[in-house]
Design a protein around this ligand. Structure first.
Ligand code: FO1
Length: 314
């Protein structure tokens, strides 16, 4: 099973899928949120997914490590350093070591694999590319770096669109390339991550979307929009600012041509007919993942849904 994931929502479903599939799961993670901060390479989505799969994620924020302390950040602020991006003491170890290995010439794929092994995580975790790709948010104030927009400006500036700087030169890392095979994976799940800034960068890596389609396996997305709002993050606000209706119909339209089915929340059941008119199968479920049990249940729903779709693809 292959999963495409960005931040917190994606990491939760990835955890549920991992509970069922173990090392049969491979997660492809967005790296366009990555940035260099205080001399360190920060890869928020890779870390969010890694910490979730390792069972050490901070349950309050969804990002960072559980039982975090902030001594370093406090000292940094006392010395006049930037503290708008909150790097916890434990989390810092990841950034320091990753930056060290990258400077020694290792690829991000190799460093991610090192951490996966040390943390005894069963599923494979792949950055979408080893080349630097950076999301720029187009606004009336100009183009803003993603973390500047997301954390520093708290997504308050209206968005006009997005650019993935460096995407043309990005390539699929060889270990990920080897995974894009129907022999290894019978289902592709697009996790309930932000479609514009978490999933689109992955799908924009040259040839990746085509390689997924060529697998001819069921592709199932989970809507990150529930009852006209996003569970976390700015997805709903972005959809509104891009002049689309805030409903799972917009998510289905966005992924049209790639997905065969979409899981929408029970509260959105009234939208099912409109989605089906797009030629996309619909399954309704409880998609709010409050707790391990619900993560697993939603993962099971995706798997069963994929199996039902597979019968129609023969
Ligand atoms: N998100 C915040 O809203 N504020 C932060 O200070 C913050 C720090 C941070 C540090 C490490 C890390 O891995 C993630 C962090 N995030 C923070 C989350 C991150 O900005 C977003 O979750 C993703 O980039 C969006 O998917």
């Amino acid at each position: 099973m292959l999963a495409l994931a960005g931040g917190v929502g994606g990491s939760k479903l990835a955890s549920g899928l991992a509970d069922i599939a173990g090392d049969g799961l491979a997660v492809i993670v967005n790296t366009a949120d990555d940035f260099d901060h205080l001399g360190l390479r920060i890869c928020p989505d890779l870390d969010t997914v890694t910490y979730a799969l390792a069972g050490i994620a901070n349950p309050q924020t969804g990002w960072g490590i559980v039982d975090e302390t902030w001594s370093c950040l406090d000292r940094l602020a006392a010395l006049g350093g930037d503290d708008w991006f909150r790097l916890g003491d434990k989390d810092l170890a990841t950034h320091i070591l990753r930056t060290h290995y990258l400077r020694q010439g290792e690829t991000l794929t190799a460093v991610t694999e090192r951490f996966r092994q040390r943390l005894r995580i069963a599923p494979a975790i792949f950055p979408m590319t080893d080349q630097p790709v950076r999301t720029l948010v187009r606004t009336a104030q100009g183009e803003l770096g993603f973390q500047h927009y997301f954390v520093k400006l708290r997504c308050e500036v209206p968005v006009l669109g997005f650019l993935f700087q460096g995407i043309e030169a990005a390539t699929i890392p060889a270990p990920l390339e080897a995974q894009l095979s129907p022999v290894l994976h019978d289902l592709i799940v697009i996790c309930p991550s932000n479609p514009f800034v978490s999933v689109d960068p992955i799908l924009s890596v040259p040839h990746l979307r085509e390689r997924l389609l060529a697998m001819r396996r069921p592709v199932v997305a989970v809507s990150p929009i529930i009852g006209g709002a996003a569970v976390k993050g700015p997805a709903a606000k972005m959809i509104r600012e891009l002049a689309m209706p805030v409903s799972p119909v917009s998510i289905a339209r966005h992924y049209r041509g790639l997905i065969h089915g979409i899981v929408i929340d029970e509260v959105d059941a009234a939208h099912a007919t409109e989605v089906e008119k797009l030629g996309i199968h619909v399954r309704t479920a409880e998609t709010l993942m409050t707790g391990k049990e619900r993560q697993r249940k939603l993962a099971e729903t995706c798997i069963r849904f994929g199996e039902a779709i597979a019968c129609t693809l023969q």
